[in-house]
Design a protein around this ligand. Structure first.
Ligand code: DGY
Length: 429
């Protein structure tokens, strides 16, 4: 265990770039939004100063309209190291990031307020108070953006690109993506940079990428305008994104209290969104929460790990909690049933599950950390402990990989992966 801790710390040190941490130096050579939140949770065990610096750097790139961007580009890294690189995005000056900062125009799941509260609680004191005062207004503006500009379907909050969900090629998105036009289909393989650093069989397909580009170009070409969201080619409600937002909104209420601001609107928004998730996104036949295609009004009935993340939320009726636990420990996700290790990203019994392909089967540390946190919140200590020991064993056997084969434990995707190291430190604490 001491050795694992040392290696985790070394991974985070290796990926630190002076003001923030890259997810990994090759495949993702810039700062990613939700990665930074998970990384801060781990950095709290090494250096709270650095944990707050990570999140302060990210929020330094916040757009004028409040959105906190999915990627903050490092100007020292060449344009063509990542696709689509900085030149692609072209936000309007009055709306985009501060002058001289370049970012994408999308968001990612808002884990940040929850992360700030976790770091502050681990190291109470003047430095944490100062960081909370500094970050609270930024976090609140980001949440205002999401609740005010991304609200669809009377009270739920939408994502406008699979990249915003964080689970890019989740089976949830097959149907809505299938209806979206493709762009750049002829030369997409040549443009992609990810395939230089990771096995093509572990990544989204060329067809996925062609559609990702079509959707993101449509959003960019209308100046990232969020009016009339349903006219965008992709607009969905994701249970992980919404549950994380409700969880973070609760954290924001607590941060508001600590800064002397009024927590009332945060409490109210957290309650209302939690209610909407519980009443509108649960599928009793599948025993989990599902996504919603906001354009068609149709649910997307698949069992994915995102549909278990509402375990993070309060007010789960006992029967609902039992249904979720039955799904989690049943054949679809296999928690507590060796040889399955950790919770896979997708239903293992589905005919299109692929244990190697990104979010279509592999086990990831960040979604497992969210479930671990949720299980502990629900008082499900035994399941939480089992999950933690699976997470530790996966990393001990395969290293700090980006994701893992849920049955063989094989390490997949990139190596030296920051959130794997960070969240392992938290689980070990
Ligand atoms: C990637 O580049 O694969 C990321 O998932 C996008 O955020």
């Amino acid at each position: 265990i001491a050795d694992l801790r040392r290696k985790a710390a070394a991974t985070l040190l290796r990926n630190w770039r002076g003001s923030a941490t890259v997810p990994t130096g090759t495949l993702y050579p810039h700062q990613w939004s939700w990665d930074s939140a998970f990384i801060a949770i781990g950095l709290a065990h090494l250096s709270p100063r650095r944990a707050f610096a990570e999140l302060t750097a990210l929020h330094g790139a916040q757009w004028r309209d409040g959105r906190v961007p999915q990627i903050v580009f490092n100007p020292a890294v060449p344009e063509d190291a990542y696709f689509p690189g900085p030149a692609f995005w072209r936000p309007l000056p009055r709306q985009g990031p501060p002058a001289g900062v370049s970012t994408t125009g999308l968001v990612q799941p808002p884990v940040h307020a929850g992360a700030v509260l976790a770091v502050a609680d681990r190291h109470p004191g003047d430095a944490a108070d100062a960081a909370v005062h500094r970050l609270y207004p930024r976090l609140a503006r980001f949440h205002d953006y999401l609740f005010e500009r991304r609200r669809v379907a009377s009270g739920l909050v939408a994502v406008v690109h699979p990249w915003e969900s964080g689970l890019d090629n989740s089976p949830f998105w097959d149907e809505p993506l299938g209806a979206a036009a493709t762009a750049l289909a002829d030369d997409i393989t040549g443009l992609r940079r990810d395939l230089r650093h990771a096995d093509a069989g572990h990544r989204p397909t060329d067809d996925d990428y062609a559609r990702y580009m079509g959707i993101v170009a449509a959003y960019r070409n209308r100046g990232y305008a969020d009016d009339d969201l349903l006219s965008l080619p992709f607009c969905t409600v994701d249970p992980l994104f919404c549950a994380v937002l409700a969880w973070s909104e609760q954290a924001l209420a607590e941060l508001a209290r600590r800064t002397g601001a009024d927590p009332g609107r945060h409490d109210e928004r957290a309650r209302e969104l939690t209610h909407q998730i519980h009443s509108r996104l649960f599928d009793p036949a599948l025993g989990c929460y599902v996504a919603l295609d906001a354009r068609t009004g149709r649910h997307l009935p698949k069992r994915t790990v995102s549909g278990l993340v509402p375990l993070l939320l309060p007010d789960l009726p006992a029967r609902r909690r039992e249904a979720l636990l039955a799904t989690l420990t049943g054949p679809a996700f296999g928690l507590g049933s060796p040889p399955v290790r950790g919770v896979p990203s997708y239903d293992l019994t589905a005919s299109d599950a692929d244990p190697h392909r990104y979010w279509r089967g592999p086990t990831w540390m960040n979604t497992n950390w969210l479930l671990w946190t949720g299980l502990r919140r629900q008082g499900e200590t035994r399941h939480a402990e089992h999950l933690a020991s699976d997470m530790i064993r996966l990393v001990a056997d395969a290293g700090f990989r980006e994701y893992f084969d849920p049955v063989t434990g094989e390490g997949l995707g990139a190596d030296h992966f920051s959130w794997t190291a960070a969240l392992l430190l938290d689980v070990l604490a």
